[in-house]
Design a protein around this ligand. Structure first.
Ligand SMILES: NC(=O)c1ccc[n+]([C@@H]2O[C@H](COP(=O)([O-])OP(=O)(O)OC[C@H]3O[C@@H](n4cnc5c(N)ncnc54)[C@H](OP(=O)(O)O)[C@@H]3O)[C@@H](O)[C@H]2O)c1
Length: 259
């Protein structure tokens, strides 16, 4: 597959998105980087430019469908996009709550993690299909394999992204557009820095970015890592809920706030 030279990444101000920007940064590569925090985005842009890339940053909220549509279309007008990585996401759990997640938390998680992905990729799909080329990476999570009592909306939002991406890959296959779903395990970022429970196989962002890039270069349907955790969650979703639910109920969770 030809190397992508025009790439748009959401959630590029931090963590996995920032690491992906730096992984792809090189002479001849144009990066369109978006997130809400302009200062952090600018810092990533400075590092990416130092690696030789041409970088444009845009302060954008992925929950604002019209703003993100304008950004994606303007980027594509300036030079057709080869790759879009819909990465922006937030997480929150149920630790400290007596009952279910608050309404506002559930809606905020879905608005960013699910609507944010759709807002990013839907405007570009007809253009890529008309060109007969282009690649979409939808960032889900290993948390999307099975609903965990510790984070219902996070798991469900990531499950929706995973299933939508898996299906879309087949739907648009004949048009030449490639779709991959990215399912990381624990990666050390501000999103996981707040967790006060053990995170098995915790990975650094540069390694995660390399694995994602390699998976995209191979046009893998699902880029899931690390494999021992991927195998564990696969088993969790395959076994009867009656066996698994009592175990999952005892697992520690993330604090109840959108972080
Ligand atoms: N870290 C992990 O262990 C892990 C595991 C599996 C999946 N993931 C997924 O990987 C993705 C990146 O997470 P991360 O770990 O790198 O977390 P992070 O360091 O907190 O980065 C999240 C990124 O999303 C951006 N963002 C959040 N809400 C946004 C919004 N409404 N509009 C635009 N940008 C928004 C943030 O930037 P601003 O705050 O500047 O907007 C930031 O750049 C997420 O989808 C996450 O669910 C992470």
């Amino acid at each position: 597959m030809p190397m992508p030279t025009t790439i748009l990444i959401t959630g590029a101000s931090s963590g996995i998105g920032a690491a992906l920007a730096l992984e792809y940064a090189a002479p001849g590569v144009t990066l369109h980087l978006g997130a809400r925090n302009t200062e952090r985005l600018e810092a990533v842009a400075v590092a990416a430019r130092a690696a030789g890339a041409t970088v444009a940053i845009t302060t954008v909220d992925v929950t604002d469908a019209e703003s993100i549509r304008r950004w994606v279309i303007a980027a594509d007008d300036s030079m057709p996009l080869d790759l879009i990585i819909a990465n922006a996401g937030v997480s929150a759990g149920t630790s400290g709550l007596q009952g279910a997640e608050p309404d506002a938390q559930v809606r905020a998680v879905f608005a960013t993690n699910l609507d944010g992905v759709l807002n990013t990729i839907l405007p570009i799909l007809p253009r890529m299909a008309a060109r007969g080329r282009g690649q979409l990476a939808l960032v889900s999570s290993l948390a999307g394999y099975r609903g965990m009592p510790s984070a219902p909306s996070y798991c469900a939002s990531k499950a929706a992204v995973k299933v939508f991406g898996e299906a879309l890959r087949g739907t648009v296959h004949s048009s030449g557009v490639k779709v991959s779903v990215v399912c990381p395990g624990y990666v050390r970022t501000p999103l996981t820095d707040v967790n006060d429970f053990p995170m098995p196989f915790l990975m650094e962002t540069d390694k995660a970015a390399r694995l994602i890039r390699r998976g995209l270069e191979r046009d893998k349907a699902r880029i899931a890592f690390p494999w021992p955790l991927a195998a564990t969650v696969w088993l969790l979703q395959a076994l009867p809920p009656a066996w698994i639910d009592p175990i999952l109920r005892r697992l520690p969770g993330k604090a109840a706030q959108v972080a």
